[in-house]
Design a protein around this ligand. Structure first.
Ligand SMILES: Cc1cc2nc3c(=O)[nH]c(=O)nc-3n(C[C@H](O)[C@H](O)[C@H](O)COP(=O)(O)OP(=O)(O)OC[C@H]3O[C@@H](n4cnc5c(N)ncnc54)[C@H](O)[C@@H]3O)c2cc1C
Length: 394
């Protein structure tokens, strides 16, 4: 991995372009191995040295950072002003956030956790982007203020691009006030009753931060009954409003025969840490999506047995993981077919060294993805063999 200084970047990329050298943009390199393998011959160009917070417009709730800025550093700066980047964090990292990646890596992966229920995904928080094109020319799109987003929406295109279109150098993001009050509820019981509560909640005027399905295996890891569960996160400016919400939900849950446990902020964080925590680097990590109304069919499926799974009840997006020996490859394929049958997909982010399940299947828009790729990377230099949504990329 090479780590150029900001002033060296353009010249380096121009040289790589002139020689048509395969290369891979990288952040801090914390999760480069996810998805299809990185070609051994590719030069990995890290933007680790692009690590400055350029502008925090506190009153406008926006922040502009260089792409290699560690997410942890950004969150700490924002917290000191009573703000945060509203994403699940720290994710898959040490409790102190030291294993977390860069802001650019977060955007390039484009993955969001359960908090997207209230705050939407990473791409929705992005209002401007700075890029280094494959020919070494700098480009920019979007703006620095929320209402001034003009021109092509490269922000959405580059979110989830996995380094396949260009190097992200700078990002302007929307920030959010830290909610002063947080509480949680853990609901357990029969799947149908939980689904009844989910439907009621999504139609209600209540606005939880988080409504996550938990599989029985995940409940067990959190030292709870090995049963399906819904974890709710509630946030408000007022403690009274929060208590009212909890009481209303608890009342409804009891009518449906569910067991309801109230969680203070520490207990809520401890439970969320179980779902966000680090997994074995040798095991499976699967990204799953399906129609949210079909989630119970996944939770009841034999193929899911014994797997920890967390799935957004509103988004239908989540992830499951397992040690190498606990999950044979055919079951992953079975889960993929199940997700596809229910309007979704399965991406293999990480798998044991001995297996070779394709990271993703071809998506219907493959031709369009390849056409966009040709425009941005005519020499097909970037992220060879790792074009998201394309089964066998160049
Ligand atoms: C549900 C979910 C939630 C997550 N939430 C968090 C979170 O809160 N915090 C967190 O740290 N991680 C989170 N992650 C992991 C996150 O998606 C990234 O994998 C991680 O942030 C990578 O950081 P990195 O700097 O080490 O990137 P790397 O491991 O270096 O790169 C990751 C990918 O992004 C590309 N890439 C990286 N930087 C750039 C760039 N500047 N320009 C173009 N492409 C680039 C690379 O080519 C590679 O494909 C989450 C993952 C999931 C599944």
């Amino acid at each position: 991995m090479i780590t150029p200084e900001p002033h060296e970047l353009s010249e380096l990329v121009r040289q790589l372009h002139a020689q048509a050298t395969p290369w891979l943009p990288a952040g801090l390199g914390s999760r480069l191995g996810w998805g299809p393998a990185v070609q051994d011959t590719a030069t990995v160009v890290s933007c680790q040295r692009l690590n400055r917070i350029l502008d925090h417009a506190v009153g406008d709730f926006t922040v502009t950072v260089e792409a290699g800025t560690p997410l942890r550093q950004l969150q700490e700066t924002l917290w000191s002003h009573g703000q945060w980047l509203a994403i699940d964090w720290p994710w898959g990292s040490e409790a102190d956030g030291s294993g977390a990646g860069s802001v650019g890596g977060l955007v390039a992966r484009g993955l969001a956790g359960g908090l997207c229920h209230r705050y939407l995904g990473v791409r929705d928080q992005l209002i401007g982007i700075g890029l280094m094109r494959t020919d070494g020319v700098a480009a920019r799109a979007g703006g620095k203020v929320v209402k001034n987003v003009a021109g092509y929406d490269l922000m959405r295109l580059f979110t989830g691009s996995w380094g396949s279109l260009g190097l992200i150098t700078e990002l302007t993001l929307r920030t959010t006030p830290l909610p002063p009050q947080r509480r949680g509820l853990l609901l357990q019981g029969p799947l149908e009753a939980l689904d009844g509560l989910r439907r009621w909640l999504l139609r209600s005027s209540l606005t939880p931060e988080l409504i996550d399905w938990w599989s029985p295996a995940l409940s067990l890891r959190a030292a709870r009954e090995p049963k399906n569960a819904l974890l709710l996160g509630l946030a408000s400016v007022s403690a009274e409003a929060l208590a009212d919400q909890s009481t209303e939900i608890q009342g409804r849950a009891e009518e449906l025969g569910l067991h309801c446990q109230r969680l203070d902020p520490e207990r809520l964080e401890a439970l969320r840490a179980v779902a966000l925590g680090e997994r074995s680097a040798q095991g499976w990590l699967l990204r799953l999506g399906l129609l949210p109304s079909h989630a119970t069919q996944l939770l009841a499926a034999h193929a899911l047995r014994d797997l920890p799974l967390v799935l957004g009840a509103g988004s239908g997006l989540g992830y499951a993981w397992a040690a190498a020996e606990a999950l044979p490859a055919y079951r992953v394929e079975e889960l993929r077919r199940l997700c596809c049958r229910h309007g979704g997909y399965l991406t293999v982010l990480q798998q044991p060294p001995a297996t070779a399940v394709p990271a993703w299947s071809d998506v219907p828009s493959r031709a369009l993805i390849e056409a966009v790729k040709r425009e941005f990377d005519p020499k097909q230099q970037l992220a060879r063999g790792r074009l998201p949504g394309v089964l066998k990329a160049a």
